[in-house]
Design a protein around this ligand. Structure first.
Ligand SMILES: [Zn+2]
Length: 250
């Protein structure tokens, strides 16, 4: 999996520039071809042509963990919180930690480091799937728009991603049951169910008989399932073990 801090710094660089889709045409060289390919592939799904949060046009940031595409204004809040985790700040700024999204992996679609398996999943599912889960309960939903203030946007992001207030769930599964269901499901190509279980709180690092969920997916040749688990913070214990053994043998 790509180095998160590298992709995050790319994202921050990008966030500091003007926020228009014209930047896509400013990219030069091979990277331009690659990233335009990513964007075109993702936007081939019409649901990904608008921000999953505020509905503004031409979003360029992917929440790889939950297969969503959002704009910079919405990402900024999430990105900022994520950056804070890596760089301790004075207590006066600790308020931002309340909104932290350390469990979400964000990636600029203008970065050449995108994972093509996840890009394929974004294309196939994207905003429609994630929002059908996260915004299923419309009764309390107050969605921001392109003109919304940062505080309104922040409140919506908190409710949607942290509190999961708009997630309609009749599930009363125990944590153990959620974990087991995730473990079993990664043997299949039911990616929707994997996403749903993770949003409900299934642990991407759950393991049985020394095999973590990501290992289990790989053993069943479910590479996209493995990539989803890794994008949600799951570890690949098999690779870790092989790496450790190689280091020990040096
Ligand atoms: Zn937005």
């Amino acid at each position: 999996m790509e180095n998160n801090s590298n992709s995050m710094s790319t994202l921050m660089d990008e966030a500091s520039s003007s926020s228009t889709h014209s930047e896509e045409s400013l990219m030069v060289g091979n990277h331009a071809d690659q990233t335009i390919d990513y964007l075109e592939r993702v936007r081939d799904n019409p649901n990904n042509c608008r921000c999953a949060d505020c509905d503004s046009e031409y979003p360029t940031i992917a929440i790889m963990s939950w297969l969503m595409v959002i704009c910079k204004k919405c990402a900024g809040k999430l990105v900022f919180e994520q950056i804070l985790l890596d760089s301790p700040l004075p207590c006066s700024k600790a308020v931002h930690r309340r909104l932290t999204s350390d469990f979400l992996y964000l990636q600029s679609l203008l970065s050449p480091a995108c994972d093509h398996y996840l890009i394929d999943l974004l294309h196939d599912y994207g905003n429609q799937l994630a929002n059908s889960l996260l915004e299923n309960d419309q009764s309390k939903l107050v969605k921001p728009n392109d003109q919304s203030s940062q505080s309104d946007r922040e409140e919506y992001i908190r409710q949607k991603y942290i509190e999961k207030s708009y997630l309609s769930s009749n599930s009363d599964y125990t944590q153990e049951k959620l974990n087991q269901m995730l473990y079993e499901n990664v043997e299949t190509s039911n990616y929707e169910k994997t996403l749903y279980l993770i949003i409900l709180g299934a642990n991407p690092n759950y393991s049985e008989k020394k095999f973590a969920v990501a290992d289990h997916a790989k053993r069943h040749q479910q590479i996209k399932q493995m990539k989803m688990i890794l994008a949600n913070g799951g570890r690949d214990f098999l690779s870790d073990r092989i790496e450790n053994e190689e280091q020990n043998s040096l």
